[in-house]
Design a protein around this ligand. Structure first.
Ligand code: MTE
Length: 380
């Protein structure tokens, strides 16, 4: 590392470190943004309406919010990011300006809650899952700019023996006194795993974790810890709420792993959804129907659609750009005749994987990704 880069890294020996959040204020209504464009779930969860999205990137004022407590207002001047643990050589306490002067990278990625589409476990499979009953809008796509997490870990002298990293938020009202999520060292050291300072070219908004949040592309949204205050780097695996009892697939089809009650939900699942209300009502006529397809394993290569319950399929037209972690917009023409119809879409990714026709149940309703039947009533 150059001596210039060393200058901004304050090495604090083995002192005990506490993330700087003393002056943190809380949003009185749960969030700072206008809730009007969203479907509201409880005190602090805002679901986007896919039918309102018109461009590749989701504008911040339409981007879903998922909080375990309420949004925080963290002052930049007292902000500190503490890096500690038994698998680093130098504990760090970084200011916002320290982070701003480190190497930066931009990643286009969708961000999706692990529980997106959970409501369809009961609506379509007759098996209710616990948790916020999200429809299809706990997902958004943004341009994220920030410091690769690996830069910070290397500056702290991460050791080869490191196994796990835990990201910890400043929202002390969230479970465990700060929302937290462990990551294996391999995902933490992926150059696309970022400490985000900017979203869609603007300073990161408060509801999305300002001044600094993590982005872990392709993984369940809970990995992308907001209002990031502390990073633990450990020589042993880390088990905490969000990889033992939450964000874990619990059900007959899933084997428990480690200290978890089931299979830990890490990577997201391949999905597609139409940009229409579910269910929809339309006037008869010729429509250009559009939607979004996305998955964690590379760009979407094909989206098929069916208007007859899956007996026959046609290819939708895919719009550019198609990116590794980005969602792909697709569209097709459909002659809507009066009556009740169901459209189904199915996405295929660059590894050749396709959405399944059905999926096994898990108690907390994560990673729902079967081909979604979309009921449409045509009138007139
Ligand atoms: N980080 C903190 N500190 N607190 C939280 O409650 N929620 C997580 C994650 N990061 C959360 C958090 C979950 S479950 C999701 S899906 C994403 O943030 C949502 O990110 P967004 O609100 O920016 O859309």
């Amino acid at each position: 590392m150059s001596s210039d880069r060393r200058k901004f890294l304050k090495t604090l020996g083995s002192a005990s470190l506490i993330g700087g959040c003393a002056n943190t204020e809380r949003a009185p209504d749960g969030y700072f943004k206008d809730p009007e464009p969203f479907i509201q779930h409880g005190r602090a969860n805002l679901e986007s309406k896919l039918e309102d999205q018109e461009s590749l990137l989701t504008p911040v004022d339409q981007f879903f919010v998922r909080n375990n407590d309420v949004s925080l207002d963290v002052p930049v001047d007292t902000y500190r990011l503490v890096v500690e643990g038994d698998a680093i050589e130098r504990p760090l306490s970084l200011t916002y300006n320290d982070l701003r002067s480190m190497p930066s990278r931009t990643v286009f990625s969708y961000l999706e809650c692990g529980g997106n589409q959970r409501a369809y476990f009961s609506k379509l499979l007759n098996q209710a899952a616990t948790g916020t009953q999200w429809g299809r809008g706990a997902v958004g796509m943004a341009e994220w700019t920030g410091v690769p997490l690996l830069e910070v870990l290397q500056a702290a002298g991460i050791q080869e023996s490191a196994v796990a990293i835990q990201l910890i938020g400043m929202d002390q009202g969230a479970p465990e006194g700060g929302f937290r999520r462990p990551l294996p060292v391999e995902k933490a050291m992926d150059p696309d795993t970022l400490l985000v300072l900017r979203m869609n070219g603007e300073l990161l908004p408060k509801d999305h974790g300002a001044p600094v949040r993590a982005l872990v592309p392709g993984w369940v949204g809970s990995s992308s810890v907001k209002w990031l205050g502390r990073i633990e780097v450990s020589n042993a695996e880390i088990w905490s709420r969000n990889n033992t009892s939450s964000y874990v697939l619990i059900g007959d089809d899933y084997l428990p792993e480690g200290q978890a009650l089931g299979q830990v939900a890490n990577k997201q699942s391949l999905k597609s959804a139409l940009a229409l209300p579910w269910p929809a009502t339309l006037q008869a006529g010729l429509y250009r129907i559009y939607g979004y397809a996305y998955g964690p394993d590379g760009p979407i290569v094909r989206v098929r659609w069916s208007a007859d319950g899956g007996s026959t399929w046609e290819d939708a037209q895919l719009l550019e750009p198609r990116m590794c972690y980005g969602w792909t917009r697709f569209e097709f023409s459909w002659e809507a005749k009066p009556g009740r119809h169901t459209l189904i879409t199915s996405a295929v990714d660059s590894l050749g994987a396709e959405q399944p026709e059905t999926i096994p149940y898990n108690q907390k309703g994560y990673l729902f990704n079967m081909r979604l039947p979309h009921p449409i009533q045509i009138v007139g």
